[in-house]
Design a binder for this molecule. Structure first.
Ligand code: IMP
Length: 429
Protein backbone atom coordinates (compact mmCIF):
# COMPACT_ATOMS: atom_id res chain seq x y z
CA UNK A 1 0.00 0.00 0.00
CA UNK A 2 1.85 3.14 -1.08
CA UNK A 3 1.89 6.30 0.97
CA UNK A 4 1.08 9.75 -0.39
CA UNK A 5 2.90 13.08 -0.19
CA UNK A 6 0.85 16.20 -0.89
CA UNK A 7 2.68 19.37 -1.84
CA UNK A 8 1.76 22.74 -3.33
CA UNK A 9 2.81 23.17 -6.97
CA UNK A 10 2.65 26.98 -7.12
CA UNK A 11 3.22 29.60 -4.38
CA UNK A 12 1.02 28.06 -1.69
CA UNK A 13 -2.67 28.49 -0.87
CA UNK A 14 -3.67 26.10 -3.66
CA UNK A 15 -6.54 24.73 -1.61
CA UNK A 16 -4.48 21.97 0.01
CA UNK A 17 -6.79 21.92 3.03
CA UNK A 18 -9.69 20.21 1.33
CA UNK A 19 -7.55 17.69 -0.55
CA UNK A 20 -5.46 16.88 2.51
CA UNK A 21 -8.60 16.47 4.59
CA UNK A 22 -10.06 14.03 2.08
CA UNK A 23 -6.82 12.05 1.91
CA UNK A 24 -6.42 12.17 5.70
CA UNK A 25 -9.77 10.45 6.09
CA UNK A 26 -8.27 7.55 4.10
CA UNK A 27 -4.90 7.52 5.92
CA UNK A 28 -3.82 6.13 9.29
CA UNK A 29 -1.13 8.69 10.09
CA UNK A 30 -0.68 12.27 8.89
CA UNK A 31 2.84 13.69 9.05
CA UNK A 32 4.01 17.31 8.75
CA UNK A 33 7.62 17.33 7.53
CA UNK A 34 8.67 20.97 6.90
CA UNK A 35 7.65 24.55 7.60
CA UNK A 36 6.04 25.69 10.79
CA UNK A 37 3.12 27.86 11.83
CA UNK A 38 3.63 30.01 8.71
CA UNK A 39 1.33 27.53 6.98
CA UNK A 40 -2.39 27.77 7.35
CA UNK A 41 -5.44 25.98 6.18
CA UNK A 42 -9.05 25.87 6.94
CA UNK A 43 -10.93 22.63 7.39
CA UNK A 44 -14.69 22.52 7.51
CA UNK A 45 -16.01 19.43 9.27
CA UNK A 46 -19.73 19.39 9.94
CA UNK A 47 -20.56 22.68 11.59
CA UNK A 48 -17.04 23.34 12.81
CA UNK A 49 -14.39 25.33 10.97
CA UNK A 50 -10.87 24.51 12.10
CA UNK A 51 -8.00 26.82 11.28
CA UNK A 52 -4.77 24.85 11.52
CA UNK A 53 -1.22 26.13 11.19
CA UNK A 54 1.04 23.59 12.80
CA UNK A 55 -1.12 20.62 13.70
CA UNK A 56 -1.33 17.87 11.06
CA UNK A 57 -4.83 17.93 9.53
CA UNK A 58 -5.48 14.28 10.22
CA UNK A 59 -6.12 15.16 13.89
CA UNK A 60 -9.47 16.60 12.89
CA UNK A 61 -10.39 13.21 11.43
CA UNK A 62 -9.27 11.36 14.55
CA UNK A 63 -6.04 10.15 12.93
CA UNK A 64 -2.62 10.12 14.54
CA UNK A 65 -0.79 13.36 13.82
CA UNK A 66 2.99 13.49 13.65
CA UNK A 67 5.20 16.57 13.57
CA UNK A 68 8.47 15.52 11.97
CA UNK A 69 11.96 16.81 12.67
CA UNK A 70 11.90 18.87 9.46
CA UNK A 71 9.33 21.21 11.00
CA UNK A 72 10.25 24.17 13.23
CA UNK A 73 7.96 24.33 16.27
CA UNK A 74 7.02 27.43 18.20
CA UNK A 75 5.93 25.85 21.50
CA UNK A 76 3.74 28.81 22.46
CA UNK A 77 2.00 28.75 19.08
CA UNK A 78 1.58 24.97 19.30
CA UNK A 79 -0.03 25.10 22.75
CA UNK A 80 -2.26 28.00 21.70
CA UNK A 81 -3.40 26.07 18.63
CA UNK A 82 -4.09 22.97 20.73
CA UNK A 83 -6.13 25.09 23.16
CA UNK A 84 -8.05 26.61 20.25
CA UNK A 85 -9.07 23.30 18.68
CA UNK A 86 -9.79 21.80 22.11
CA UNK A 87 -12.22 24.67 22.73
CA UNK A 88 -13.96 23.45 19.57
CA UNK A 89 -14.34 19.98 21.06
CA UNK A 90 -11.32 18.19 19.60
CA UNK A 91 -9.00 16.34 22.01
CA UNK A 92 -5.27 16.67 21.31
CA UNK A 93 -3.62 14.28 23.74
CA UNK A 94 -0.14 12.77 23.46
CA UNK A 95 -1.66 9.57 22.09
CA UNK A 96 -3.08 11.58 19.16
CA UNK A 97 -0.10 13.85 18.50
CA UNK A 98 3.59 12.92 18.44
CA UNK A 99 6.45 15.34 17.89
CA UNK A 100 9.91 14.25 16.80
CA UNK A 101 12.28 14.72 19.70
CA UNK A 102 14.86 16.21 17.34
CA UNK A 103 12.59 19.03 16.15
CA UNK A 104 14.09 22.53 16.50
CA UNK A 105 12.15 25.13 18.45
CA UNK A 106 11.19 28.63 17.39
CA UNK A 107 11.86 31.06 20.25
CA UNK A 108 10.57 34.62 20.69
CA UNK A 109 13.95 35.93 19.53
CA UNK A 110 13.39 34.29 16.14
CA UNK A 111 10.20 36.18 15.36
CA UNK A 112 11.77 39.39 16.73
CA UNK A 113 14.71 38.97 14.33
CA UNK A 114 12.41 38.02 11.44
CA UNK A 115 10.41 41.25 11.91
CA UNK A 116 13.43 43.47 12.54
CA UNK A 117 15.13 42.22 9.39
CA UNK A 118 12.02 42.68 7.29
CA UNK A 119 11.71 46.26 8.55
CA UNK A 120 15.36 46.90 7.70
CA UNK A 121 14.87 45.55 4.17
CA UNK A 122 12.33 48.29 3.50
CA UNK A 123 11.01 48.10 -0.06
CA UNK A 124 13.11 44.96 -0.66
CA UNK A 125 11.27 43.02 2.03
CA UNK A 126 10.46 39.36 1.39
CA UNK A 127 7.01 39.64 2.89
CA UNK A 128 7.58 36.86 5.44
CA UNK A 129 4.87 35.84 7.87
CA UNK A 130 7.04 37.32 10.67
CA UNK A 131 6.82 34.08 12.63
CA UNK A 132 10.51 33.41 12.97
CA UNK A 133 10.65 30.56 10.46
CA UNK A 134 13.80 31.72 8.62
CA UNK A 135 15.87 32.55 11.73
CA UNK A 136 14.87 29.23 13.35
CA UNK A 137 16.06 27.24 10.32
CA UNK A 138 19.26 29.30 10.27
CA UNK A 139 19.96 28.29 13.87
CA UNK A 140 19.27 24.64 13.08
CA UNK A 141 21.83 24.64 10.27
CA UNK A 142 24.25 26.65 12.42
CA UNK A 143 24.01 23.85 15.04
CA UNK A 144 22.87 26.06 17.88
CA UNK A 145 19.11 25.38 17.85
CA UNK A 146 17.31 24.30 21.00
CA UNK A 147 15.43 21.15 20.10
CA UNK A 148 12.41 19.52 21.74
CA UNK A 149 14.58 16.86 23.44
CA UNK A 150 16.77 19.57 25.02
CA UNK A 151 13.83 20.63 27.20
CA UNK A 152 14.56 17.57 29.37
CA UNK A 153 18.13 18.84 29.94
CA UNK A 154 18.12 22.26 31.68
CA UNK A 155 21.92 22.53 31.46
CA UNK A 156 21.80 21.99 27.66
CA UNK A 157 19.16 24.73 27.35
CA UNK A 158 21.27 27.06 29.48
CA UNK A 159 24.42 26.45 27.41
CA UNK A 160 22.61 26.83 24.09
CA UNK A 161 20.93 30.03 25.25
CA UNK A 162 24.37 31.57 25.83
CA UNK A 163 25.36 30.84 22.26
CA UNK A 164 22.00 31.89 20.85
CA UNK A 165 21.93 35.17 22.74
CA UNK A 166 25.47 36.08 21.78
CA UNK A 167 24.39 35.74 18.17
CA UNK A 168 20.86 37.16 18.30
CA UNK A 169 21.33 40.03 20.72
CA UNK A 170 24.24 41.28 18.62
CA UNK A 171 22.05 41.26 15.53
CA UNK A 172 18.99 42.70 17.29
CA UNK A 173 21.05 45.51 18.78
CA UNK A 174 22.51 46.28 15.36
CA UNK A 175 19.01 46.46 13.91
CA UNK A 176 17.84 48.75 16.72
CA UNK A 177 15.45 46.12 18.10
CA UNK A 178 14.94 45.03 21.71
CA UNK A 179 17.29 42.37 23.04
CA UNK A 180 16.47 39.32 25.19
CA UNK A 181 17.45 38.29 28.74
CA UNK A 182 18.74 34.79 29.28
CA UNK A 183 16.87 34.20 32.54
CA UNK A 184 13.51 35.17 30.98
CA UNK A 185 13.96 32.76 28.10
CA UNK A 186 15.26 30.00 30.36
CA UNK A 187 12.31 30.30 32.77
CA UNK A 188 9.87 30.36 29.88
CA UNK A 189 11.34 27.22 28.32
CA UNK A 190 11.42 25.38 31.64
CA UNK A 191 7.76 26.24 32.17
CA UNK A 192 6.94 24.92 28.67
CA UNK A 193 8.98 21.73 29.08
CA UNK A 194 6.42 19.63 31.02
CA UNK A 195 3.70 20.66 28.56
CA UNK A 196 5.69 19.81 25.41
CA UNK A 197 7.79 16.78 26.43
CA UNK A 198 4.85 14.35 26.76
CA UNK A 199 4.40 14.65 22.98
CA UNK A 200 8.07 13.97 22.17
CA UNK A 201 9.43 10.68 20.87
CA UNK A 202 11.74 9.25 18.20
CA UNK A 203 8.99 9.33 15.56
CA UNK A 204 11.18 7.51 13.03
CA UNK A 205 10.60 4.31 15.03
CA UNK A 206 6.84 4.75 14.96
CA UNK A 207 6.88 5.51 11.24
CA UNK A 208 9.07 2.47 10.57
CA UNK A 209 6.64 0.25 12.47
CA UNK A 210 3.67 1.80 10.70
CA UNK A 211 5.30 1.29 7.32
CA UNK A 212 6.08 -2.35 8.06
CA UNK A 213 2.53 -2.93 9.31
CA UNK A 214 1.16 -1.58 5.99
CA UNK A 215 -0.40 1.51 7.55
CA UNK A 216 -1.17 4.37 5.19
CA UNK A 217 0.95 7.43 5.81
CA UNK A 218 0.04 10.83 4.41
CA UNK A 219 2.85 13.38 4.26
CA UNK A 220 1.33 16.84 4.43
CA UNK A 221 3.45 19.52 2.79
CA UNK A 222 3.25 23.20 3.63
CA UNK A 223 3.91 26.20 1.36
CA UNK A 224 4.78 25.09 -2.19
CA UNK A 225 7.48 24.31 -4.74
CA UNK A 226 7.90 27.92 -5.91
CA UNK A 227 8.61 28.84 -2.26
CA UNK A 228 11.21 26.07 -1.90
CA UNK A 229 14.49 27.47 -0.61
CA UNK A 230 16.43 25.85 -3.50
CA UNK A 231 13.93 25.55 -6.33
CA UNK A 232 11.69 28.54 -5.71
CA UNK A 233 11.89 32.21 -6.63
CA UNK A 234 14.87 32.79 -4.32
CA UNK A 235 15.25 34.93 -2.24
CA UNK A 236 11.45 35.37 -2.18
CA UNK A 237 10.94 31.92 -0.70
CA UNK A 238 10.44 30.26 2.64
CA UNK A 239 13.41 28.74 4.49
CA UNK A 240 12.72 25.05 4.01
CA UNK A 241 12.67 22.58 1.14
CA UNK A 242 9.05 22.11 0.19
CA UNK A 243 9.55 19.41 -2.45
CA UNK A 244 8.30 15.90 -1.72
CA UNK A 245 11.80 14.49 -1.19
CA UNK A 246 11.88 16.47 2.06
CA UNK A 247 9.17 14.18 3.45
CA UNK A 248 11.87 11.53 3.87
CA UNK A 249 14.49 13.62 5.65
CA UNK A 250 11.91 15.72 7.48
CA UNK A 251 10.24 12.68 9.05
CA UNK A 252 13.04 10.13 9.29
CA UNK A 253 11.94 7.59 6.70
CA UNK A 254 13.52 6.33 3.48
CA UNK A 255 12.80 8.09 0.19
CA UNK A 256 11.16 4.94 -1.16
CA UNK A 257 8.47 5.20 1.53
CA UNK A 258 7.24 8.64 0.49
CA UNK A 259 4.95 7.13 -2.11
CA UNK A 260 2.78 8.89 -4.66
CA UNK A 261 3.54 12.60 -5.05
CA UNK A 262 0.40 14.64 -5.50
CA UNK A 263 0.90 18.30 -6.42
CA UNK A 264 -1.93 20.73 -5.73
CA UNK A 265 -2.41 23.50 -8.28
CA UNK A 266 -5.07 26.15 -8.57
CA UNK A 267 -6.70 26.68 -12.00
CA UNK A 268 -5.14 30.17 -11.91
CA UNK A 269 -2.20 31.58 -9.88
CA UNK A 270 -1.87 33.48 -6.61
CA UNK A 271 0.99 34.55 -4.41
CA UNK A 272 1.34 36.38 -1.10
CA UNK A 273 4.44 38.33 -0.17
CA UNK A 274 6.91 39.87 -2.59
CA UNK A 275 8.74 38.33 -5.52
CA UNK A 276 8.39 37.63 -9.22
CA UNK A 277 4.98 36.67 -10.58
CA UNK A 278 5.12 36.67 -14.39
CA UNK A 279 1.37 36.12 -14.94
CA UNK A 280 0.14 38.61 -12.32
CA UNK A 281 -2.92 40.62 -13.34
CA UNK A 282 -3.28 44.20 -12.15
CA UNK A 283 -6.64 44.68 -13.88
CA UNK A 284 -10.31 43.92 -13.28
CA UNK A 285 -9.80 40.22 -14.08
CA UNK A 286 -7.17 39.96 -11.31
CA UNK A 287 -9.60 41.68 -8.95
CA UNK A 288 -12.38 39.31 -9.98
CA UNK A 289 -10.26 36.20 -9.41
CA UNK A 290 -9.34 37.51 -5.94
CA UNK A 291 -12.94 38.30 -5.01
CA UNK A 292 -14.44 35.08 -6.35
CA UNK A 293 -11.63 32.92 -5.05
CA UNK A 294 -11.71 34.58 -1.58
CA UNK A 295 -8.00 35.15 -1.92
CA UNK A 296 -7.03 36.27 1.57
CA UNK A 297 -4.26 34.58 3.59
CA UNK A 298 -5.40 32.21 6.37
CA UNK A 299 -2.39 33.18 8.49
CA UNK A 300 -1.74 36.77 7.49
CA UNK A 301 -5.16 37.99 6.30
CA UNK A 302 -3.29 39.73 3.45
CA UNK A 303 -4.92 39.93 0.04
CA UNK A 304 -3.23 37.56 -2.39
CA UNK A 305 -1.89 38.69 -5.75
CA UNK A 306 -3.76 36.94 -8.60
CA UNK A 307 -2.96 35.99 -12.19
CA UNK A 308 -3.40 33.50 -15.02
CA UNK A 309 -2.37 29.85 -14.78
CA UNK A 310 1.36 29.56 -15.39
CA UNK A 311 1.99 26.22 -17.08
CA UNK A 312 5.73 26.94 -17.32
CA UNK A 313 6.08 27.22 -13.55
CA UNK A 314 3.84 24.27 -12.76
CA UNK A 315 5.73 22.12 -15.29
CA UNK A 316 8.96 23.16 -13.58
CA UNK A 317 7.44 22.23 -10.19
CA UNK A 318 6.36 18.85 -11.63
CA UNK A 319 9.93 18.17 -12.73
CA UNK A 320 11.90 19.35 -9.68
CA UNK A 321 9.51 17.83 -7.14
CA UNK A 322 8.65 14.60 -8.99
CA UNK A 323 4.92 15.34 -9.02
CA UNK A 324 3.08 12.30 -10.40
CA UNK A 325 -0.43 13.69 -10.41
CA UNK A 326 -2.02 17.12 -10.10
CA UNK A 327 -5.03 17.92 -7.96
CA UNK A 328 -6.52 20.92 -9.75
CA UNK A 329 -8.57 23.20 -7.53
CA UNK A 330 -10.90 26.20 -7.87
CA UNK A 331 -11.79 25.67 -11.53
CA UNK A 332 -15.20 27.18 -10.72
CA UNK A 333 -13.57 30.58 -10.09
CA UNK A 334 -13.03 30.78 -13.88
CA UNK A 335 -16.71 30.09 -14.71
CA UNK A 336 -18.17 32.64 -17.11
CA UNK A 337 -14.92 34.35 -18.11
CA UNK A 338 -15.12 34.93 -21.89
CA UNK A 339 -11.50 33.98 -22.46
CA UNK A 340 -8.70 32.42 -20.48
CA UNK A 341 -4.97 32.67 -20.81
CA UNK A 342 -2.33 30.11 -19.97
CA UNK A 343 1.34 31.06 -19.80
CA UNK A 344 3.30 28.79 -22.14
CA UNK A 345 6.72 30.48 -22.11
CA UNK A 346 8.69 33.54 -21.02
CA UNK A 347 10.13 36.06 -23.40
CA UNK A 348 13.62 36.93 -22.25
CA UNK A 349 15.67 39.14 -24.51
CA UNK A 350 14.90 37.85 -27.99
CA UNK A 351 14.15 34.30 -26.88
CA UNK A 352 11.16 32.40 -25.53
CA UNK A 353 12.13 29.91 -22.82
CA UNK A 354 10.14 27.21 -21.01
CA UNK A 355 11.63 27.63 -17.56
CA UNK A 356 11.94 30.38 -15.00
CA UNK A 357 15.59 31.44 -14.82
CA UNK A 358 17.28 31.32 -11.42
CA UNK A 359 18.85 34.80 -11.32
CA UNK A 360 16.62 37.49 -9.74
CA UNK A 361 17.00 40.14 -12.46
CA UNK A 362 16.24 37.58 -15.16
CA UNK A 363 13.22 36.37 -13.18
CA UNK A 364 11.91 39.88 -12.85
CA UNK A 365 12.46 40.52 -16.57
CA UNK A 366 10.63 37.39 -17.75
CA UNK A 367 7.55 38.40 -19.74
CA UNK A 368 4.79 35.81 -19.98
CA UNK A 369 3.82 34.50 -23.42
CA UNK A 370 0.21 33.36 -23.48
CA UNK A 371 -1.99 30.96 -25.28
CA UNK A 372 -5.60 32.16 -25.28
CA UNK A 373 -8.52 29.78 -24.89
CA UNK A 374 -12.23 30.35 -25.11
CA UNK A 375 -13.95 30.30 -21.71
CA UNK A 376 -17.18 28.47 -20.86
CA UNK A 377 -20.60 29.83 -20.08
CA UNK A 378 -21.89 26.97 -17.92
CA UNK A 379 -20.95 26.24 -14.33
CA UNK A 380 -18.31 23.80 -13.14
CA UNK A 381 -19.19 24.33 -9.49
CA UNK A 382 -20.07 21.16 -7.68
CA UNK A 383 -19.35 18.92 -10.69
CA UNK A 384 -18.71 15.32 -9.69
CA UNK A 385 -17.96 13.78 -13.09
CA UNK A 386 -16.37 14.87 -16.34
CA UNK A 387 -19.81 14.68 -17.95
CA UNK A 388 -20.98 17.46 -15.59
CA UNK A 389 -18.35 19.85 -16.97
CA UNK A 390 -18.79 22.19 -19.95
CA UNK A 391 -16.76 20.90 -22.92
CA UNK A 392 -14.52 24.00 -22.88
CA UNK A 393 -13.68 23.41 -19.21
CA UNK A 394 -12.58 19.86 -20.02
CA UNK A 395 -10.42 21.28 -22.85
CA UNK A 396 -8.82 23.72 -20.40
CA UNK A 397 -7.95 20.90 -18.00
CA UNK A 398 -6.59 18.74 -20.81
CA UNK A 399 -4.41 21.61 -22.03
CA UNK A 400 -3.02 22.03 -18.51
CA UNK A 401 -2.14 18.33 -18.49
CA UNK A 402 -0.33 18.61 -21.83
CA UNK A 403 1.59 21.72 -20.92
CA UNK A 404 2.62 20.65 -17.42
CA UNK A 405 3.35 17.07 -18.50
CA UNK A 406 1.39 15.70 -15.55
CA UNK A 407 -2.05 14.09 -15.38
CA UNK A 408 -4.84 15.77 -13.44
CA UNK A 409 -5.71 12.92 -11.10
CA UNK A 410 -8.15 14.87 -8.97
CA UNK A 411 -10.33 17.87 -9.75
CA UNK A 412 -11.91 19.86 -6.96
CA UNK A 413 -15.00 21.80 -8.00
CA UNK A 414 -16.11 23.50 -4.77
CA UNK A 415 -15.00 23.73 -1.13
CA UNK A 416 -17.37 20.83 -0.32
CA UNK A 417 -15.55 17.57 0.20
CA UNK A 418 -17.75 15.52 -2.13
CA UNK A 419 -17.50 18.00 -5.01
CA UNK A 420 -14.48 16.24 -6.41
CA UNK A 421 -13.79 14.33 -9.59
CA UNK A 422 -11.41 11.53 -8.76
CA UNK A 423 -9.51 10.12 -11.69
CA UNK A 424 -7.05 8.06 -9.71
CA UNK A 425 -6.84 7.30 -5.98
CA UNK A 426 -3.33 8.35 -4.96
CA UNK A 427 -3.25 5.67 -2.25
CA UNK A 428 -3.63 3.09 -4.99
CA UNK A 429 -0.38 4.38 -6.49
P1 IMP B 1 8.25 32.81 5.83
O1 IMP B 1 7.96 31.39 5.53
O2 IMP B 1 7.41 33.38 6.95
O3 IMP B 1 9.71 33.07 6.03
O4 IMP B 1 7.84 33.67 4.54
C1 IMP B 1 8.56 33.58 3.32
C2 IMP B 1 7.63 33.67 2.12
O5 IMP B 1 6.80 32.52 2.06
C3 IMP B 1 6.68 34.88 2.14
O6 IMP B 1 6.47 35.31 0.82
C4 IMP B 1 5.39 34.29 2.69
O7 IMP B 1 4.27 35.03 2.27
C5 IMP B 1 5.42 32.91 2.04
N1 IMP B 1 4.66 31.90 2.78
C6 IMP B 1 5.00 31.28 3.93
N2 IMP B 1 4.05 30.38 4.28
C7 IMP B 1 3.10 30.42 3.34
C8 IMP B 1 1.87 29.71 3.13
O8 IMP B 1 1.47 28.83 3.89
N3 IMP B 1 1.16 30.05 2.00
C9 IMP B 1 1.60 30.98 1.13
N4 IMP B 1 2.73 31.66 1.27
C10 IMP B 1 3.48 31.39 2.37
Amino acid sequence: MPNVAVIGAQWGDEGKGKVVDWLASRADIVVRFQGGHNAGHTLVVGNETYKLSLLPSGLVRGKLGVIGNGVVVDPDALLAEIARVEAQGLKVTPDRLRIAENTPLILPLHSALDRAREAARGEHKIGTTGRGIGPAYEDKVARRAIRVCDLAEPETVSRKLDELLLHHNTLLKGLGAETFEKQDLFDRLMALAPRILPYAEPVWERLDEARRAGRRILFEGAQAVMLDVDHGTYPFVTSSNTVAATAASGAGIGPGAVGFVLGIAKAYSTRVGSGPFPTELHDATGQLLGDRGHEFGTVTGRRRRCGWFDAVLVRQAVKVAGIQGIALTKLDVLDGLPELKICVGYRLGGEVVRRLPAAPAAQAAAVAEYETMEGWSGSTRGARSWADLPAQAVKYVRRIEELTEAPVTLLSTSPERDDTILVRDPFEG
